[in-house]
Design a protein around this ligand. Sequence first.
Ligand code: PLP
Length: 416
Amino acid sequence: MSQAAFHYQGEDLWVEGVSLAELGATLGTPLYVYSTQALKANFQAYQLALKNQPSLIAYSVKAASNLAILHLLKEEGAGSDIVSGGELKRALQVGVDPQKIVFSGVGKTAEEMIQALKAGILMFNVESAPEMRLLAATARELGKKAPLALRVNPDVDPQTHPYIATGFRESKFGVPIEEALALYQEATADPYLEVVGLDCHIGSQLTSVSPFAAAAERLRALLARLAAVGVNIQLLDVGGGLGINYHGEEIPSPQELVQAFGELLAAYPGLRLILEPGRSIVGQAAVLLIKCLYNKVTPFKRFVITDGAMSDLIRPSLYGSYHEIKPVRAAGRPAAKVNVVGPICESGDFLAQDREIPLVESGEFLAVFGAGAYGFAMSSNYNSRPRPAEALVDGARFRVIRARETLEDLTRGETI
Ligand SMILES: *Cc1c(COP(=O)(O)O)cnc(C)c1O
């Protein structure tokens, strides 16, 4: 995926035609900075991989859900994969065609179902028998027919971090694939349900296509059994999950991902393929720009204390993830092994540990790479810190797509 949008010009780090030092000085830090060019290039790689295949690319809204990003991707042709009523509202607000929206997640409420049924979405990805029955009851009350797929759990090992592995048999996600046939038959018999698809999503940050190929085999066997009993599947949703290169990982291309389903698609030429990429679209399309507050040296460790914290980017604390960190001004500096940490009162508040990076002075900027996915989206107000602003660069121009939160924002809705 494209990272060419982030580059040094001389000693200064730029995003497309905008200097990060200038952005930091103008907009303040911490600041998420997204590249239009990178977002488009990453999305277009999927379009290219699918050009000969009836398909829908439903961008996974939870990865980065800013309206400007959703709008940009919609203009490129993306649909939305949503997991809440809040995400549905966002998708509709930027004008995503409801017939390009799929609704995933294990805990949909009746209110969310009503909202999505009224909007007329393409498909509910149902994850359990009780959810399916509630969906039928809700559709009946509205006098509508709910289009559905079952999200099956194919029991494959996606070889990723346990918190983001979803397709092995002990996870909370999906219906055990052995139980799918009976549920599909129940759905077919229900006048308020319309079986349209088959769905799976096996995990995130996958660095190999072999788990996808294993899932493809299981799905193919199920499709054959469904066809044999007359259950008609038109949409095959294989989820998202393609990884990005955080730390030298070799990542398969969208093309290779699609090829993993090649035999299955050849066997069922009428199927429309749905992909739900999130991370691989936005992950490398943004940096988190932060500022060094202090260099703190103890007899045991060297800390770079920054204004960026786990509340702004929780991935290192939550998953032990690696994010590359580089100074915005490279100027031949000595490097040292440091912990890059934030101001939060938790020892788990770090962005990097025991990392050799060029030393910066107080007031200088650092860029945390690969921060676009599950970055701002997972940010919080922990320690009563306003969440960062978000900016979108396009060529030599930039604009704020989410204002920095204010202290007033922090207490909105509270009463004494
Ligand atoms: C999170 C999620 C995705 C996106 O996963 P990425 O790894 O970001 O591509 C797609 N589908 C479902 C159901 C998800 O929960």
